[in-house]
Design a protein around this ligand. Structure first.
Ligand SMILES: Cc1cc2nc3c(=O)[nH]c(=O)nc-3n(C[C@H](O)[C@H](O)[C@H](O)COP(=O)(O)OP(=O)(O)OC[C@H]3O[C@@H](n4cnc5c(N)ncnc54)[C@H](O)[C@@H]3O)c2cc1C
Length: 423
């Protein structure tokens, strides 16, 4: 088989890159290799949220571009990607945190984050969002944010890419051989493909695939889980933004529950737990579904499946959300039937993607999409295609290139970061 380019991985990163290459950058034959059906390893496990609200200029730039493209898709397809604009609402019960939020908001707006709503008091906040706890002292509503169907976006890009000559080869990439000093032949368990361009878009296996090219990538993978449940008591309005409780918190377990948790050696759930328990409504006006997330354990490991399980995760998340939305206490003794899934955030230390050339000529990487891959994909695929075809690049390109770690200024910049923007 011969191709103009081989892309290893049919997740949202690989699909977006293939789409851009054939649709807008003139490549003819692009082969995406994956042993799994497209978009099924990590890219269908996401919460499908997007925001341009990031604490540094390159991420704001990339996300603004990506959201522009998402809006264009939404217009072209009569919103087949179900894009909403309900925003992200950061809520706190801590006056100090509230003033930090205000300062961060000014900074992000100055970076291009656009307008936001700031609620200076709990009364103001609850006048707009009456279902929130009276403990809250204010909040910040980031506006260029919401959610969309990542599956629809992926399917749309894959269909268009196929129309223009891209194809998916069911197989696993086993090796990449060079001809002269550039990429030449990609070996898979479904045959070999001769191509001068190879793109590593292998998601959690990004580094494993890079090693086939004799190079390593500075990534690690964190386990992230989410729970969906039916809010059959309609506690959370369907018009709610994504709500992020921005304070650490302790769960108000009853004495019996505390005793039981202690017996189970679950001391991790008995003390103060991390900030950022969050939810969003899922589905349209007629839906009762809510998706909740709370990374109260940080588990970093080699990507393996099945993922580690915490049988208490659904209850812990719903109890954590009850701190922000006291009405959810209706589920205290009757937990709704939960649906749990998850995947890996494969990420760099500073939580920015890797998009750019690898040391072997003709080899590129598009990945380390962490917890922002579906929102970034449209812009990241475009950036990858610009780099691969040697087209003019946007300002943010440099901050995502894998060789950025050789720049001492960049290393100093990231050593001073106080936040990576991860929720
Ligand atoms: C719980 C959770 C919530 C999230 N929420 C959000 C959110 O709200 N918003 C957001 O933007 N992002 C979110 N994300 C992140 C987002 O889902 C990921 O960043 C994104 O899906 C990663 O896409 P990918 O294409 O890089 O990887 P993947 O989707 O994992 O695709 C990689 C593909 O490469 C293939 N592959 C690997 N090795 C080989 C090989 N040797 N040969 C051939 N193929 C290979 C794999 O089979 C796989 O199909 C969330 C993630 C999780 C887990």
């Amino acid at each position: 088989m011969k191709a103009d380019a081989v892309i290893c991985g049919a997740g949202i990163a690989g699909v977006a890159t293939a789409y851009q290459l054939v649709q807008n950058f003139g490549l003819g034959r692009v082969v995406i290799v994956d042993p799994l059906p497209p978009l099924t390893l990590t890219s269908d496990k996401s919460t499908e949220c997007y925001r341009n609200w990031w604490p540094n200029a390159p991420m704001v730039g990339l996300m603004n571009r990506s959201i522009d493209l998402l809006e264009e898709f939404a217009r072209q397809t009569n919103n087949a990607i179900h894009m909403t604009r309900q925003g992200y609402l950061y809520v706190t019960a801590d006056p100090i945190r509230l003033s930090q939020m205000q300062a961060e908001a000014q900074l992000i707006t100055a970076l291009g984050g656009g307008p936001f709503d700031f609620y200076e008091s709990g009364d103001e906040l609850r006048a707009r969002f009456p279902f929130l706890t009276p403990m809250s002292v204010g909040g910040l509503h980031a506006r260029r944010a919401g959610w969309f169907s990542a599956q629809q976006l992926g399917a749309h890009m894959l269909d268009r890419a196929r129309d223009r000559g891209a194809e998916v080869l069911k197989g696993t990439v086993l090796g990449v051989e060079t001809i002269g000093d550039r990429v030449g032949v990609v070996t898979t368990d479904a045959g070999t493909v001769e191509a001068p361009i190879f793109v590593d878009a292998a998601g959690p296996m990004l580094d494993e695939v890079a090693r086939m090219l004799g190079t390593e990538l500075p990534v690690q993978s964190e386990v992230h889980i989410k729970v969906a449940f039916r809010d059959h008591a309609a506690v959370i309005p369907r018009s709610s933004p994504m709500m992020i409780w921005s304070d650490p918190q302790a769960i108000d377990w009853s004495p019996d529950e505390r005793a039981w948790l202690a017996e189970q050696s679950r001391d991790d759930l008995l003390g103060v737990m991390p900030a950022a328990c969050h939810y969003r409504p899922e589905g349209g006006a007629g839906s009762q579904w809510v998706v909740g997330l709370w990374e109260y354990h940080r588990i970093v490991q080699e990507p393996t499946w099945p993922l580690p399980e915490d049988p208490l995760y659904p209850e812990v998340v719903i109890r954590g959300l009850t701190t922000a939305v006291p009405g959810l206490s209706v589920y205290r003794d009757h937990l709704p039937q939960p649906v749990v899934d998850g995947g890996y955030y494969t990420k760099t230390a500073e939580n920015r993607p890797l998009i750019g050339p690898l040391p072997i000529e003709g080899a590129f990487v598009v990945g380390a999409f962490s917890g922002f891959g579906v929102m970034a994909a449209a812009g990241a695929g475009e950036l990858a295609a610009q780099i691969i075809t040697d087209s003019p690049l946007p300002d943010y390109a440099r901050a995502f290139s894998p060789d950025r770690y050789q720049d001492p200024n960049y290393l100093t910049e990231i050593s001073m970061l106080t936040t990576t923007g991860q929720i």
